[in-house]
Design a protein around this ligand. Structure first.
Ligand SMILES: NC(=O)c1ccc[n+]([C@@H]2O[C@H](COP(=O)([O-])OP(=O)(O)OC[C@H]3O[C@@H](n4cnc5c(N)ncnc54)[C@H](O)[C@@H]3O)[C@@H](O)[C@H]2O)c1
Length: 506
């Protein structure tokens, strides 16, 4: 891929993704022309694709398509192009795409079928074949894409267009949508000391460890603040100190907070940004694995009270997220392991390719893994910003995980370690002994605990679960797993079952 104005912006995606209208919207936003290879091909063939397919067969069609698309990619007739859904099946086309900025308009199979199925298109007449093609092509689209848009609505594309033209090399972008907010998530070698996607003065909040290790990766800051590392500092007292620091340094609405650190910094700095003068922007720069695969996305911010974790907080979507896996090189092994619990949780929710990769054991943390986790979370948040429905899937393993953290005053386990134990309890409650063993092995492989320390008071954990339930007015039940990729929310559980799941953590 090339960025910064070289090469074309090329829209790819499955049938029904909205590539043609998407490319037109992007071209209008950038003040340039768009061309569609399917339309151009019909002109060249002198007939509709449907008729050509019927009279000459798929093979002849693909050859004609490959020639035309290759010509377009070698010498783009317009700065924005949209390709027919199947064009990327050609390796010649895939090679040529490397010269351009490739934008995937993501569409799930049911939506694609609703839009394109049963109509004129020759490959969209039979649902089973359509679904198989979607499953087969999805990983190919993803691997080619420099940017992924979670929907193809014209205003999403308008908002994203400028950012799509300016993706640094070695970086992939997911365009996040949550409630009324939209923002770019950059994953890859994005911290180069210069690139910065948001205008205004930077007020950097970090913890002492991360500030000294990675502070210099950011462009110049207007002001810097450091908190103590660790969950113990995720308090209102820390937030007050930081807020007063921002005020003393003269921060205003044209400025933004930069949260440089793990999930604790992200939550506290995000919370400060949410409440400072009733809300200023925040850019999340996650540096721990937990934060890069999970906490930096989705806009939940907050601090703990002695009475409960995250008891004070706000939804506040970031202006951008910059996740650079190179920062993970300095992360202590135990923290990296804790992040694996969130990776395993995300893979259980996502199923498919991510679960297959994770279950093979010991995969490396790389851009693709972080991107897949970020995408999973962002996909869920896009459909439900505020935990009203689908977002509850993200609490998989967290009901008991949080209770363990609360009952041990956040001191005994790292968040990820507690989530790992919570996952095992959730799989017991899901009556999935096979999957539980598999997940326990994956956790153990990373030296994560698979047994609850016998010194931990089970009754206190149970009480914390019940308190959590009461706090949510009984609204939120347990999140259970039917199979990887198939997760149920809001399931009521008897106290005796919860007790039994806790006893199994021995
Ligand atoms: N907002 C959300 O949606 C969400 C989701 C999941 C978790 N969380 C929160 O995230 C927190 C846990 O996050 P965490 O595990 O990142 O904790 P953390 O922020 O405390 O980081 C863990 C430790 O690693 C250090 N560290 C971070 N990056 C480093 C690096 N690159 N090199 C060396 N050291 C580094 C930190 O200084 C800290 O000591 C919890 O408070 C949890 O509630 C929030």
């Amino acid at each position: 891929m090339t960025a910064g104005g070289e090469g074309a912006l090329v829209f790819i995606g499955f049938m029904g993704a909205g590539k043609t209208t998407g490319a037109r919207a992007a071209a209008a936003a950038l003040g340039v022309r768009a061309m569609d290879t399917d339309r151009a091909l019909e002109e060249r063939l002198g007939t509709s694709i449907e008729d050509y397919f019927a009279s000459h067969g798929e093979r002849a069609f693909r050859e004609a398509e490959e020639d035309l698309v290759a010509e377009f990619l070698e010498d783009p007739p317009a700065p924005v192009l949209s390709l027919g859904g199947g064009a990327i099946a050609s390796s010649r086309v895939r090679d040529l795409l490397r010269r351009h900025t490739v934008v995937l308009l993501d569409v799930d199979e049911p939506t694609a079928w609703r839009r394109a199925g049963g109509k004129k298109r020759p490959l969209a007449r039979d649902r089973e074949r359509f679904a198989a093609l979607h499953a087969e092509r999805s990983p190919m689209y993803e691997s080619l894409a420099d940017a992924i848009l979670l929907d193809g609505a014209a205003d999403t594309i308008r908002a994203a267009s400028a950012a799509l033209r300016d993706i640094p090399p070695g970086v992939k972008v997911v365009w996040a949508i949550a409630g009324g907010a939209q923002y770019p998530v950059y994953v890859g070698d994005v911290l180069d000391g210069q690139f910065w996607p948001v205008p205004g003065r930077r007020f950097v909040i970090s913890d002492e460890t991360v500030a000294s290790l990675h502070g210099s990766r950011l462009p110049t800051a207007y002001a810097r603040f450091a908190m103590e590392p660790g969950e113990g500092a995720k308090t209102l007292a820390t937030a007050e100190r930081l807020l007063r620091g921002l005020a003393e340094a003269g921060m205003d609405h044209d400025d933004h907070v930069v949260a440089l650190g793990g999930g604790v910094v992200g939550d506290v700095a995000g919370f400060c940004a949410a409440v400072y003068q009733r809300g200023v922007g925040v850019v999340q720069v996650p540096t721990s694995l937990v934060a890069q695969v999970d906490s930096a996305y989705g806009g939940k911010t907050g601090v703990d009270l002695p009475e409960g974790k995250n008891y004070v907080g706000a939804y506040h979507q970031p202006r951008a997220v910059l996740a650079d896996p190179r920062t993970l090189a300095s992360l202590p092994a135990a923290e990296l392991a804790a992040g694996w619990a969130e990776v395993i949780k995300t893979a259980l929710i996502a199923g498919g390719g991510l679960w297959e990769r994770v279950r093979r054991g010991h995969p490396n943390v790389d851009r693709e893994l972080i991107l897949a986790c970020a995408r999973t979370k962002l996909g869920v948040v896009a459909s439900d910003e505020r935990d009203a429905g689908r977002r509850q899937v993200l609490n998989l393993g967290h009901t008991i995980g949080h209770a363990i953290e609360t009952a041990t005053a956040y001191r005994r386990y790292r968040h990820g370690e507690a989530v790992g134990l919570g996952l095992l309890a959730a799989l017991t409650l899901s009556a999935q002994p096979g999957l539980r063993t598999e997940v326990a092995d994956l956790l153990a492989e990373r030296s994560l605990p698979v047994e609850l320390d016998p010194a931990v008071d089970r009754t206190a954990v149970l009480a914390a679960v019940q308190r959590d339930k009461k706090r949510r007015a009984g609204r939120v039940g347990f999140v259970l797993v039917e199979a990887p990729g198939k997760v149920q929310t809001g399931v009521a559980m008897a106290e005796s079952d919860i007790r039994a799941a806790l006893s199994e953590l021995r």
